[in-house]
Design a protein around this ligand. Structure first.
Ligand code: NAD
Length: 276
């Protein structure tokens, strides 16, 4: 059965916790991973600080949470900009006074190998996917240390551990870096009660695939054909849903994962275990 996290999955695992989700909006109509994680954590009792550089997208996530009786506030910042992040974190601290859960979810990519990838694209992808973790950690780890702990969740991709059949170089290299950054963070701060783990999603049916990767899976970028082609690659015969990532994020954020740190959870329907 597919986990679509219906309202019946509400619980209180994250009561009294503040979850800051970076990239909490969605880049096109539909449910992105950051949006699903924000809603799922709110359903488990967290108060959610939904940050995105697209304020309308962040507000939409907040509205969905509020409509269900949850608590959330929208914040605007580019995760790759230290000054904007400093202002946004100051605002979160002024509103909530603490940050217990940090999910670093915003991510971008551009299809291409070394010859096709411009230095400008390489630098921007590096900044949004990796430098954003440095910035967030600089600003939020001291808060968590003062509080006596917290849970940091990185979002990588199977493209960070495998070649997926087409060149996605800057994306893959930065997603590999996410894994090691979070591992190192986990080791350094384990004694401070901070757990840090990475989710490695496989092929997930989110709006970004409509925008960015449909053309890789179908020459005419036909969405239905691209979707079917992505489904066929997965041993389970289908892409995952954003909710299937959200349930793992909520687990990692909660005390159910109290002894889980410095590692990755691959959520890919069997994709990376397959021979061809
Ligand atoms: N969809 C997939 O198949 C898939 C697979 C593996 C990993 N992932 C990863 O999951 C994460 C979310 O992916 P998604 O498909 O839900 O993406 P999405 O593009 O739908 O959502 C990403 C959100 O991040 C925001 N964002 C982008 N750059 C930002 C920046 N610089 N500052 C602040 N906000 C910014 C966007 O506005 C958007 O709201 C990404 O890191 C992606 O690499 C996705």
């Amino acid at each position: 059965m597919i986990n679509n996290l219906s309202a019946s999955t509400r619980d209180n695992r994250l009561n009294n916790r503040v979850a800051l989700i970076l990239g909490a909006g969605t880049s096109a109509p539909g449910v992105s991973i950051g949006k699903a994680c924000s809603i799922a954590m709110a359903r488990s009792g967290a108060r959610v600080a939904a940050l995105d550089f697209n304020m309308d997208a962040a507000r939409e996530t907040v509205q969905d949470i509020v409509n269900e009786g949850g608590h959330a506030t929208a914040y605007q910042a580019d995760v790759a900009n230290l000054d904007q992040m400093q202002s946004a974190i100051d605002a979160v601290m002024a509103d909530y006074g603490r940050i217990d859960i940090l999910q670093i979810n915003a991510g971008i990519g551009k299809v291409g190998g070394p010859v096709e990838t411009s230095l400008e694209d390489w630098e921007r992808i590096q900044k949004v996917n990796v430098e954003s973790i440095l910035i967030a950690a600089k600003l939020i780890i001291p808060v968590m240390v003062r509080q006596g702990g917290g849970s940091v969740i990185g979002v990588s991709s199977v493209a960070g551990i495998r070649y997926l059949g087409y060149p996605h170089l800057a994306y893959g290299v930065t997603k590999a870096a996410v894994i090691h950054f979070i591992r190192m963070l986990a080791q350094q701060y384990a004694g401070d009660g901070i757990r840090a783990n990475t989710i490695v999603p496989g092929l997930i049916d989110t709006p970004r695939i409509h925008k960015n990767v449909a053309k890789v899976f179908d020459p005419n970028a036909d969405l239905d054909r691209a979707r079917a082609a992505r489904d066929r690659q997965v041993p389970m015969g289908r892409m995952g849903t954003a909710w299937e990532i959200a349930s793992v994020a909520t687990f990692l954020a909660s005390d159910d994962a109290s002894y889980v740190t410095g590692t990755e959870i691959v959520v890919d329907g069997g994709l990376t275990g397959k021979f061809v």
